[in-house]
Design a protein around this ligand. Structure first.
Ligand code: SF4
Length: 393
């Protein structure tokens, strides 16, 4: 399995392929061609859904003076492609074609795809658990052993980014871009209700954090893929709630992020974290599983309890379809992040108690999710052709 740096990426939402990838390409192109005017031509999926995904806005943020062309006619060999041109005194000084190949990664035409090193030697939770038990180490120590101590610093940066995203999202108001006229609701949720119970208060707070991040994502702000942009609100919401209520230190949260990363990495390796491949179970289901495992780690649970919590969280998202209305990461995505964050807390509680009597392993439920995803009709895999996307009027 690859480094957790490839799982937790920091960049512009709302889509790793439509904003993070293009932003990276634009930064590289600008560094190679400073002090120019720029022209970017978007092809394929970037042309068809780039406006809704804010591709043009992100390119403007990075490049400043840029002409953007949406070209729906030219056929390019990759479905998510863009051409950059640098112009000086009216002359094109460089022209390069680039592909956004998923997960925020890019590939310049004519170059070889970057191969990320295999950092971890194990490919299943069963193997990892056996290794940790033999060495008498916890999951976060397992990560440090293979990634090096500086992975903790990276997790601290990830956590600070998540917290900033929550803080900014809680203070923001207005309508989300894209034309659906969805109102930002994080701030509304953050306000206590007269006479509310402790349980209602807790749920409302968790939901407000998830809304805050998801709304920031929908507006093209900086988020952390955990494991994707669309599901970026689940982990920060669960962990911020845990830190607020129980006072965990940032370092403890960073270690919990490592534990969650092992779970996310296993799904990425053995199934998929892409809504386009396996539906929303792969995005929100995985995020919930990661969050539940992280919470269990914070509570000091055993390896088996962490596994059980993560398994329960993923199991009860099996079959969840991806059906974003108008292709925007707003409906049902934002509320779904909040529901999953609350569910992660419950799954962690169940995992603590039910571990001894459980029948299903984390590896089994990951495999099941993958097969279920393959069986899902294409209209439920991020095509915006089925479900709410089809029936919303
Ligand atoms: S519905 Fe689709 S786009 Fe929305 S969070 Fe789920 S997988 Fe992502």
């Amino acid at each position: 399995m690859k480094s957790l740096r490839q799982l937790y990426k920091i960049g512009f939402g709302p889509s790793s392929s439509h904003t993070m990838g293009p932003a990276t390409a634009a930064e590289q192109f600008k560094n190679d061609n400073p002090n120019c005017q720029y022209k970017v031509t978007l092809y394929g999926s970037l042309s068809a859904t780039g406006k809704g995904h804010l591709t043009d806005e992100i390119l403007r943020k990075v490049l400043g003076d840029v002409e953007i062309v949406f070209d729906n006619d030219t056929k390019v060999e990759h479905p998510v492609a863009m051409q950059f041109e640098a112009i000086k005194e009216g002359v094109v000084v460089q022209k390069r074609l680039c592909y956004s190949i998923g997960g925020g990664d890019i590939l310049w035409h004519g170059e070889k795809a970057k191969e990320y090193a295999e950092v971890y030697p194990h490919n299943s939770f069963e193997e990892i658990k056996a290794y940790c038990e033999e060495k008498n180490i916890e999951l976060w120590q397992y990560c440090i052993q293979f990634e090096g101590e500086d992975i903790v610093d990276y997790m601290l940066t990830v956590w600070q980014t998540m917290k900033s995203c929550i803080a900014e999202g809680l203070n923001a108001e207005g309508i989300l871009p894209g034309g659906l006229e969805v109102v930002r609701r994080a701030k509304i949720l953050s306000v206590p209700k007269v006479g509310e119970s402790i349980q209602t208060m807790d749920n409302r707070n968790v939901a407000s954090y998830a809304f805050a991040v998801s709304e920031q994502n929908a507006c093209g702000n900086i988020v952390v893929t955990a494991p994707t942009c669309g599901s970026a609100g689940v982990m920060p919401a669960s962990l911020n709630f845990a830190q607020t209520v129980h006072g965990y230190t940032d370092l403890e949260i960073a270690k919990a992020l490592l534990t969650a990363g092992v779970i996310g990495n296993l799904v990425k390796q053995n199934a998929s974290i892409s809504g386009a491949k396996c539906g929303c179970q792969a995005e929100i289901g995985t995020a919930c599983s990661m969050a539940s495992g992280a919470l269990s780690q914070l509570k000091g649970h055993t390896l088996s309890q962490i596994e059980c919590s993560a398994e329960i969280a993923l199991e009860h998202h099996l079959g969840l379809t991806c059906d974003p209305v108008n292709g925007l990461v707003q409906i049902p995505c934002i509320e779904r992040n909040a529901v999953a964050a609350m569910r992660a807390i419950n799954a962690s509680t169940l995992g603590e108690i039910l571990t001894a009597s459980r029948k299903i392993s984390l590896d089994t439920v990951i495999e099941t999710m993958y097969q279920t995803g393959k069986d899902l009709d294409k209209s439920y895999r991020e095509t915006a052709l089925g479900g709410l996307a089809k029936h919303y009027k």
